[in-house]
Ligand binder design. Structure first.
Ligand code: GDP
Length: 331
């Protein structure tokens, strides 16, 4: 934990969230940034505690992530996994590179000595000289489970093993009744200038955090400084099953639907600039309508202030541009 005052706190999932985190990291004093990562994706494989979203964020900021893929360590080999498959006489459905396995061995070893996950994460950040504070949403193991047409699955079974093909019926978050929140979080969430909800999957990456009563209460209380970024652009996800998840649960799979989902938690919403023409055309009104755009009208009804910006973070420059835009929003 750094001594510097935290200015921005980002709630983040994995790949989509890490893009915005990287943008912030390179656009400000990184010591003033705290990232609260989803650990609902966590899984135990071969006895090892794996925290995919924490690792994606750490590898991204350490600049060792497998580029293009967005997870794992670049140019990793898979000798250990191949040998494990022989030992267990079945192929592994969860990809773990050799260097990546070292991360999980280190984490599991530290946890087994009674060191809390937040401290283990800080140790890892120190090893990689990461200047921001990265914390798990909770110290305890509270994985997300999903009820699907194939029965109840661990999140990673649904996501990786079955490639999010089974239709979702219900999501069961691990921390709805109780969770052990890392001590460093409370002061920073209350004191920081802005809390940002990254463009991550709202149901599978952000809700495991915000369904924990501690976070939902604090976000509601500090709603005026919460800024969400839409992971849905023109009715599509950049990657992953966000659209399918929203539809399966009967939610509106659009950027307005995302705003509605976060309505009680955030006051400000950044959506992709291409949405204005897209939403107006959906309504058959034409983009040159002189009235306030449909999108902004919907947001206004939800007591949300909307901002349009290019949110497609396809390069470091674009990640930084979006981060700077959010930093400059006058709340
Ligand atoms: P995961 O945990 O690895 O699945 O990743 P996240 O939950 O953090 O991110 C998945 C979401 O990120 C999807 O809904 C994507 O649409 C969204 N996403 C990914 N890249 C971008 C981007 O460049 N811009 C925006 N606006 N959303 C993105």
């Amino acid at each position: 934990m750094q001594d510097t005052d935290i200015k921005y706190v980002i709630l983040s999932g994995g790949i989509g969230g890490a893009k915005l985190v990287e943008g912030f990291y390179h656009s400000m004093d990184p010591e003033q940034l705290m990232v609260i990562a989803n650990t609902g994706d966590d899984i135990i494989q071969y006895g090892l505690r794996i925290c995919p979203d924490l690792d994606i964020i750490i590898y991204t900021l350490a600049n060792i992530v497998q580029k293009g893929q967005g997870w794992g360590i670049q140019n990793d080999s898979f000798n250990c996994l191949s040998h494990l498959s022989t030992m267990y006489s079945q192929p592994s459905w969860f990809n773990l590179g050799d260097k990546d396995l070292a991360t999980h061995i280190f984490r599991t070893d530290q946890l087994s000595q009674g060191i809390p996950l937040s401290q283990v994460t800080q140790l890892m950040c120190d090893r990689f000289n990461i200047k921001s504070t990265i914390v798990p949403m909770a110290e305890d193991y509270i994985p997300t489970k999903v009820e699907t047409e194939m029965g109840m699955l661990h999140f990673e079974e649904y996501f990786v093993k079955y490639q999010f093909l089974p239709k979702l019926k219900k999501i069961i978050y691990g921390g709805t009744s109780n969770a052990y929140i890392p001590e460093s979080i409370d002061k920073e969430l209350k004191k920081c200038s802005k809390i940002i909800i990254a463009p991550s999957n709202p149901l599978l990456s952000i809700a495991p955090i915000t369904e924990i009563p501690y976070y939902s209460n604090i976000l509601k209380k500090y709603r005026n400084k919460v800024i969400g970024v839409s992971p849905i652009i023109q009715g599509k996800a950049v990657k992953g099953p966000t659209i399918e998840n929203f539809k399966s649960l009967g939610l509106d799979a659009s950027c307005i639907g995302v705003a509605r989902y976060y309505q009680k938690l955030m006051k400000t919403f950044v959506f992709d600039e291409s949405e204005i023409d897209f939403t107006e055309n959906l309504e058959g009104k034409g983009a040159d309508s002189d009235s306030l755009s449909l999108l902004n009208r919907s947001l206004k009804e939800m007591d949300i202030i909307g901002y349009a910006f290019d949110t497609v973070m396809s390069s470091l420059e674009k990640k930084k541009a979006l981060a700077k835009f959010i930093i400059d929003i006058d709340i």
